[in-house]
Design a protein around this ligand. Structure first.
Ligand code: GLY
Length: 414
């Protein structure tokens, strides 16, 4: 069994490893994209470095490594329902801008993942995959050969997947075929189906690493042009690696994240694992306060549009789940202290801005509480009206009016 490392240890270990391979360590870029109108928030390690990939801007070095703060909010209403996703995550990445390519990227990925000096995962639990090819792009035989001949992985352990899995792109910009690495967490995480194997969407085989061979530029309309240079863009989810290293079920169980949930439990009295409903609320609060703290630190303020609206939705959703757990006062501003504490070693500006972040969260909670209080009054009047008429159902029209006119969340009505 491999050694277990904390989130902060893995982040540092990864960056150190790539420094030994002559990479320049850069701090995380802000969550607010600079000169990129295609994104509301930074959603991957490569996103802030697009001009280095295209060759438009000369990078500070042609080998760079980062741990990038990322937010993906495509599916906010579903976050929390399962333990699979969060809105906030950190992406470890090593990047080559027209410098090394597949051979080095794959060899170093394997060394970091398996060497006992580094993460030290069991080689026989790891499975690489390569791009299987399609009508426009040939199969990646080069990556296959490197895994097979250089690294020594038996051919039957190397999986071939199509574009949906093994071609990385996020909107417009640099993209390309990729080679992922999966970790087998064992049959106890599996779906039990006879054909369950790498690529199954149950929880047994989890993707821990993505080597993107960034060779094309997508204009955002699906037209690809060959980039002037061949690049490497690696994305390795820090929380996923921690999950595997710590042998825990989900990102909500890893050390730094669980410490945040513990604080929420201390305030709400709800503990993780008590009931599905409570777990959903605990996950929502834990995830959203992580995102909100990081966004405010990077200069986003709650508002009714753009990034500010994303932040407002996250804070209000978290506050609403606090309410569902029986909390009747602002509390998120207290939880953010733990987020800051857990992340202070990697992001020192969090500590400097702690009073400001706390104030912004508290003000938003207070203003939301006023909306809820007046919504409650109107809800009660509506409920009385239904009762007076002998109606047994609270009407959909009233529920909608509460939401649409008074900003009262539909799940609180329910
Ligand atoms: N840019 C590669 C990834 O995020 O997976």
């Amino acid at each position: 069994m491999h050694k277990s490392y904390g989130v902060n240890e893995i982040r540092e270990m990864f960056l150190k490893f790539y420094e030994t391979k002559e990479h320049l360590r850069l701090p995380s870029f802000s969550l607010i994209p600079q000169n990129d109108a295609s994104l509301l928030l930074i959603n991957s390690g490569m996103a802030p470095m697009k001009p280095y990939f295209t060759g438009e801007v000369e990078p500070p070095r042609h080998r760079v490594c980062t741990c990038q703060k990322c937010i993906r909010t495509g599916d906010i209403e579903n976050i929390g329902k399962t333990s699979r996703h969060g809105t906030y995550f950190e992406m470890l990445g090593n990047f080559s801008f027209g410098d090394y390519f597949k051979k080095e990227a794959i060899a170093w990925c394997w060394e970091f993942l398996t060497s006992p000096e580094w993460l030290g995962l069991e080689a026989d639990r790891l499975y690489p995959s390569v791009f299987a090819g399609d009508e426009t792009t040939p199969a990646d035989e080069e990556a296959f050969e490197i895994w097979n001949k250089d690294v020594g992985i038996a051919a039957e352990r190397i999986f071939r997947f199509g574009k949906a899995d093994n071609f990385w792109e996020h909107g417009s910009g640099p993209c390309g075929p990729c080679s992922e690495v999966y970790y087998d967490r064992g049959p106890e995480y599996g779906c039990g189906k006879p054909d369950c194997t790498v690529g199954c969407d149950c929880d047994r085989y989890i993707e821990v690493w993505n080597n993107v061979f960034s060779q094309f530029d997508n204009d955002g309309q699906g037209n690809y042009t060959e980039l002037k240079q061949k690049n490497i863009d690696v994305g390795a989810g820090l929380e996923r690696l921690a999950c595997v290293s710590q042998n825990v079920e989900s990102l909500f169980d890893i050390d730094t994240v669980m410490n945040i949930t513990r604080k929420v439990s201390g305030i709400t009295g709800a503990t993780y694992g008590q009931s599905h409903q409570k777990d959903v609320s605990l996950r929502v609060i834990t995830d959203h306060i992580r995102s909100a703290t990081m966004m405010i630190c990077d200069g986003v303020l709650p508002s009714n549009e753009g990034r500010g609206y994303v932040l407002r939705r996250l804070l209000r959703r978290a506050a609403r789940h606090g309410k569902l757990l029986g909390v009747d006062k602002p509390f998120l501003f207290e939880v953010c202290a733990v987020v800051i504490q857990e992340n202070a070693s990697a992001y020192p500006d969090l500590k400097e801005k702690e009073p400001y972040i706390t104030r912004v969260i508290r003000m938003e909670e207070e203003s939301f509480a006023k909306t809820i209080d007046s919504g409650m009054r109107i809800f009660t009047e509506m409920l009385d009206g239904h009762k007076e008429k002998g109606e047994k159902t609270f009407s959909g029209a009233d529920a909608f009016k509460l939401y649409d006119t008074y900003g009262f969340p539909i799940d609180l009505t329910a």
